[in-house]
Design a protein around this ligand. Sequence first.
Ligand SMILES: *[C@@H]1O[C@H](CO)[C@@H](O)[C@H](O)[C@H]1NC(C)=O
Ligand SMILES: *[C@@H]1O[C@H](CO)[C@@H](O)[C@H](O)[C@H]1NC(C)=O
Ligand SMILES: *[C@@H]1O[C@H](CO)[C@@H](O)[C@H](O)[C@H]1NC(C)=O
Ligand SMILES: *[C@@H]1O[C@H](CO)[C@@H](O)[C@H](O)[C@H]1NC(C)=O
Ligand SMILES: *[C@@H]1O[C@H](CO)[C@@H](O)[C@H](O)[C@H]1NC(C)=O
Ligand SMILES: *[C@@H]1O[C@H](CO)[C@@H](O)[C@H](O)[C@H]1NC(C)=O
Ligand SMILES: CC(=O)N[C@H]1CO[C@H](CO)[C@@H](O)[C@@H]1O
Ligand SMILES: [Zn+2]
Length: 460
Amino acid sequence: MFLKILLGLLCGVRALGAENGTAQQGPPPLLLVSFDGFRADYLRRFPMPNLKHLYSQGALVEQLTNVFITKTFPNHYSLVTGLYAESHGILASNMYDPISHKSFHVAGNHSDPSWWSEARPLWLTALDSGYKTAIAMWPGSEVAIGNRTASHFLPYDSSVTFQQRLGNTTKWMLGDGKEPGAMFAALYWEEPDRSGHQFGPDNDTAMSQVLKEVDDHIGLLISELKRTGLWGRVNVLITSDHGMAQCSAERLIKLDDCLHPDNYTLVDLSPVTAIIPIKDPEAIFALLNNCHHNMTAYMKSAIPDRLHYRNNERTQPIILVADEGWTIMQRGTKLPRLGDHGYDNSLPSMHPFMAAAGPSFRQGYRISSLQSVDIYPLMCHLLSVPPQPNNGTLNQARCLLVAETCWEVPLVVGMVVGVLLVLSTVTVLFRFLRYRRPSGSRPFQRLQVDDDDDDDPLLE
Ligand SMILES: *[C@@H]1O[C@H](CO)[C@@H](O)[C@H](O)[C@H]1NC(C)=O
Ligand SMILES: *[C@@H]1O[C@H](CO)[C@@H](O)[C@H](O)[C@H]1NC(C)=O
Ligand SMILES: *[C@@H]1O[C@H](CO)[C@@H](O)[C@H](O)[C@H]1NC(C)=O
Ligand SMILES: *[C@@H]1O[C@H](CO)[C@@H](O)[C@H](O)[C@H]1NC(C)=O
Ligand SMILES: *[C@@H]1O[C@H](CO)[C@@H](O)[C@H](O)[C@H]1NC(C)=O
Ligand SMILES: *[C@@H]1O[C@H](CO)[C@@H](O)[C@H](O)[C@H]1NC(C)=O
Ligand SMILES: CC(=O)N[C@H]1CO[C@H](CO)[C@@H](O)[C@@H]1O
Ligand SMILES: [Zn+2]
């Protein structure tokens, strides 16, 4: 707590020498790129020279703590809203809304705005600051949230190549002479998620190949930004929504072994199952609660606070959470994939990373972790856009920025300990000398020194 306050205070001191010119010209444009399912440890396991080149000129957050459930849509919406899933309303890949009686499926048509309207993504908020925005296939890009979309967007289409998505994005960022360029742009790419599901994250052969492709895409991004003159003028954030756990056909939890499917409506299946009991929720919960060693059942009201998943109408009466690497199955569902995500967001395997480069970022700077909800206030700060109410904070992310004076925690702790050591040495020496001084010593001197001790706040 003390450290948090100290850090906040130290980080809060803005450097005086902020760059000249930024005030007149406005802040640098911002490009946010997500490579789906990029687990934090891929950075250590595979070479990725282009990505390393990018963050060697900027900053790296080695691990992002993402939001529960660790699925693609909930986490992509958290990145652009700074909200936990319970507060932005995109709670899972498959949802049911008990008020409107509508269903949501990532694999189907998910562009009904009512699902998305509990929050405002940054690409809309930035419009209110007079900026153009551009979104290439980020989840929600084609949805008319509050009857608006970004100034430019590409609706989701998996057949559009990375190069085409990137080409459109840089075109929109440059503007066309009449229209100003987009100040905020976001770009989505499906890998390494797709291969992680198919081959499993532990398959070094398969994963090294796909991560080489991802790194080639990052190389393409850098050279495209250089070609268009945007490199060095825009801030670039490269991040992801979640990691990936290794699964197997041996780690299966068969719901039908515990409860006949006639007893409930299934809304979502694995690794987090959402269930609406037909009747007698307590009896159904009791059966599911004792169903399998590697599955935890929660009545909605008992979902732990730390998951930030309870306070939404779309959270179903019972949820089941599989342990890392386990797959929940129902009769007739396919065999599990070799990799999956969605598990508890405290698991390191579920965590992605963030790399940043551009005029606002310090060079060669690294922090070990950040909350993914903190990226939204960081982006608002970079764009000078007033943030919507959110669950993030700028306190830690501030340290990544060049225009901020920021003291690192170990340094601050070291300094505080050092100062205390010096002061206590001086105090001890002083007492020692005074004790040794023969003249002027009064009776009861020791008692008096003890009194002094109690009054010395430095020694408390
Ligand atoms: C900022 O830069 C411009 C030229 O780019 C210069 O004319 C101006 O005096 C500078 N202002 C300050 C406060 O340094
Ligand atoms: C998807 O749903 C939206 C809103 O419900 C609708 O406007 C749109 O036409 C639908 N698209 C397709 C391809 O069905
Ligand atoms: C949404 O915008 C369209 C035109 O952009 C307008 O015709 C329509 O009335 C708006 N709907 C609402 C609910 O504001
Ligand atoms: C933009 O994307 C479309 C596909 O949606 C593609 O046909 C076009 O070539 C892309 N434009 C650029 C400049 O890459
Ligand atoms: C790993 O993936 C490769 C394809 O890249 C596949 O041929 C191989 O069988 C996989 N290995 C394992 C242990 O699954
Ligand atoms: C997250 O932010 C929203 C919007 O400010 C707020 O309603 C909600 O209570 C916050 N959640 C937590 C856990 O603080
Ligand atoms: C606990 C419970 O309600 N079990 C029921 C589940 O469904 C089967 C088949 O419809 C019933 O026989 C059970 O009583
Ligand atoms: Zn996935």
